[in-house]
Design a protein around this ligand. Structure first.
Ligand code: GLP
Length: 241
């Protein structure tokens, strides 16, 4: 696990954007693993700016997102598909049919999980998987106690994650308690993994991921097993290392 400490969140996003730019310039048809949450937004803004400046194209790329709320349609403003459309896909030249987000409205979610795994495999596997980290050490929606070799499946969210993500929902709005998420095994299959964490609230989870034991109690610690895992932190997120 390579640890990169940057002075601030903007430098973390810049470092992450450089990783994607380098990959796409070398391999225009790369398979990108993408993430939601507030952390990747600054990185996406930098990718959009580089696309607008003519420095970067996604025209031949394919993408797979980590996770989605189960029970929300792609048009729902709280869905991760909607988030990706607003924050990235709608603002770059990626082909819509090559963007994949687990279907939150699938009539048969278990079959949809198998299909998602098959689609990743058919695309040749993920070249670069972007990750954030939850305060409880989750990656994607792989909550503590997730199997370290798990594949894409339906997962129940913990109360801690529901509470953390409540800020995105208005009061009284339906907030799902279930998700479809790539498994930890699925994430570990990516050829390279790039985890970004910023802010003091992530410092404990970062310490457990980097210095703690390899344990399902901290799903992100599974990255210790990956040969090409890069963890990019600002000074606040790195403050307990
Ligand atoms: C959600 C997502 C994760 C993300 C986490 C942290 O639960 N499923 O993929 O890493 O939130 O989000 P944030 O970056 O907003 O702290």
């Amino acid at each position: 696990m390579q640890i990169v400490i940057q002075p601030n969140a903007d430098a973390v996003a810049e470092y992450g954007a450089d990783q994607f730019s380098r990959l796409l310039n070398k391999k225009p048809d790369a398979v990108l693993g993408l993430a939601t949450g507030s952390t990747p937004v600054a990185l996406y803004q930098k990718l959009i700016a580089r696309y607008q400046a003519g420095e970067l194209s996604f025209a031949k790329a394919t993408s797979f997102n980590l996770d989605e709320y189960l029970g929300l349609s792609p048009e729902h403003p709280q869905s991760y598909r909607y988030f990706m459309q607003q924050q990235l896909f709608g603002l770059i030249d990626i082909a819509p049919e090559r963007t994949h987000v687990p279907p939150g409205d699938a009539p048969d979610p278990i079959a949809a999980c198998h299909d998602y795994e098959a689609a990743i495999e058919a695309a040749g596997g993920i070249d670069l998987q972007l990750l954030g980290i939850g305060r409880n050490g989750h990656i994607g929606f792989n909550e503590p106690s997730s199997g370290l070799r798990s594949r894409t499946r339906v997962k129940t969210l913990t109360q801690a994650t529901i509470d953390d993500n409540a800020r995105f929902f208005t009061e009284g709005e339906y907030q799902p308690h279930l998700s479809i998420t790539m498994g930890i095994g699925t994430i570990l299959d990516a050829r390279k993994v790039l985890l970004l964490a910023t802010g003091e609230t992530k410092a404990d989870a970062v310490k457990a991921m980097v210095e703690g034991p390899l344990s399902a109690a901290c799903p992100a610690s599974a990255l210790q097993l990956h040969q090409h895992a890069v963890v990019v932190l600002d000074e606040a997120a790195a403050s307990k290392l």
